[in-house]
Design a protein around this ligand. Structure first.
Ligand SMILES: Cc1cc2nc3c(=O)[nH]c(=O)nc-3n(C[C@H](O)[C@H](O)[C@H](O)COP(=O)(O)OP(=O)(O)OC[C@H]3O[C@@H](n4cnc5c(N)ncnc54)[C@H](O)[C@@H]3O)c2cc1C
Length: 382
């Protein structure tokens, strides 16, 4: 998707972001019929369009109270990002657990689940929809994860790996932590149990899910997540000659007022940061906008090693990139911070909300009206 396609999708969805969203957002009408929700996640995940831009337009059309539900959902993304930022071991432990489970041999029932052959009609249809389209409705994702864990008895970590591989909006925080939330690992004592009658109602009678369990065995936690301080990145020096590195973490840096005066000499992107066609298309769109905005050449390179080499050839003083939250991009940058200064631009939206994302979502939710009144919604440049 491109930024202009995301803007067009948002414009078309705007009238539905108020009362209609509140009323219908949990209805899953099936592939190609997800009109009650925005389907903006693939764009927001890559910040082709930002949460601040979306919130500003939604609030402009509806005001806060009618759009509070939509805004609250937007802040779930912020919450997961901020929470993982302060519990990074969860990401690394999940990756290690997936490697361990794969090495020891995939469990019985795994192949039937990922191929949509379990005999549970709703689950099988969602597995196919995910595979074919890369998208699942939020409510369907919750049922899917719940059936995977509690009815099929499969490890949550492998389920999270399966959706992470196929979702076009695959996000280290939203994906990993939503699975943990369903499993009862995020809020101790609270699991999400799928229910056949509710599935029938919310899907407009499309499914009669058979054999769903009515009890939940919460998976055992292998280690307790550590609470860490939010990482403080080096801040871009606006006067220093810079190589701008675009990654799928933030593809509209040219819209940020704070970066307007940045002395950009070249823009690069790494193939290694792209995990599929959607990433490549989005990054290509980002490169085009950035070169137009800063009036410099763009170049694809293989990986961060190659980006550092280009920076050194060009004789720039720093690499500037969008803040890399916990995930693969941050992992890839970590190894190169000695070679050249890497400065990261963190958006006001995250900066202001993340300190409230240490505990449960409601510790953040109570601050949403105040957060919306702050610089997080700073106007875009003309
Ligand atoms: C098991 C599971 C895995 C998930 N994996 C991902 C993932 O990898 N990437 C991802 O972006 N979302 C993930 N989600 C959250 C949510 O399902 C999607 O963000 C949402 O379905 C996207 O559809 P939409 O854009 O039409 O959402 P809308 O309902 O239109 O919401 C607008 C925006 O708010 C954000 N949002 C809405 N609901 C949530 C939520 N529950 N959690 C976090 N953000 C939310 C998204 O950015 C979304 O685009 C997951 C949820 C579950 C239960």
């Amino acid at each position: 998707m491109s930024r202009s396609a995301a803007q067009a999708r948002l414009a078309a969805f705007l009238p539905h972001a108020g009362a209609a969203y509140t009323q219908h957002r949990n209805e899953d009408r099936g592939q190609g019929q997800h009109h009650a929700v925005s389907r903006l996640s693939a764009a927001v995940r890559r910040r082709l369009i930002s949460e601040a831009e979306i919130a500003e337009l939604v609030l402009g059309m509806h005001g806060y109270a009618p759009a509070a539900k939509f805004i609250a959902e937007l802040y779930w993304r912020t919450y997961w990002k901020g929470w993982l930022e302060q519990h990074p071991s969860v990401w690394h432990d999940w990756r290690a657990e997936c490697a361990r489970l794969t090495e020891q041999g995939l469990p019985e029932g795994y192949a039937a689940a990922v191929e949509g052959r379990t005999g549970i009609d709703a689950f099988d249809a969602w597995a196919r929809e995910l595979f074919e389209t890369g998208y699942l409705h939020n409510w369907a994702r919750m049922q899917f994860a719940s059936i995977w864990i509690f009815t099929l008895g499969l490890p949550w970590a492998l389920g999270a790996a399966f959706t992470f591989r196929h979702l076009v909006d695959a996000d280290p925080a939203s994906n990993t932590l939503s699975w943990r939330w369903v499993a009862g690992l995020h809020t101790p004592g609270k699991v999400y149990l799928a229910n056949a009658e509710r599935i029938q109602v919310q899907t407009g009678g499309r499914f009669r899910a058979q054999g769903l369990t009515k009890t939940a065995d919460v998976p055992r936690e292998t280690s307790v997540p550590d609470l860490c301080r939010i990482r403080e990145p080096a801040v871009p020096d606006l006067q220093a000659p810079s190589l701008l590195l675009l990654t799928p973490e933030d593809l509209s840096l040219e819209t940020e007022v704070r970066l307007q005066g940045l002395d950009v000499r070249r823009v690069v992107a790494c193939r290694r940061h792209c995990s599929g066609a959607a990433d490549i298309a989005a990054v290509a769109d980002g490169l085009q906008r950035a070169t137009g905005h800063w009036g410099v050449a763009a170049r694809w390179v293989d990986d961060v090693d190659a980006a550092v080499a280009v920076a050194q050839e060009d004789g720039v003083a720093q690499i500037v990139t969008g803040y890399a939250p916990v995930g693969q991009v941050a992992d890839s940058l970590a190894a190169h911070r000695e070679a050249i200064p890497i400065a990261e631009h963190r958006r006001a939206w995250d900066e202001q909300a993340w300190p409230y994302c240490r505990k449960g979502y409601f510790a953040l939710a109570q601050h949403i009206p105040a957060l919306l009144g702050t610089a997080a919604l700073a106007p875009l440049p003309a």
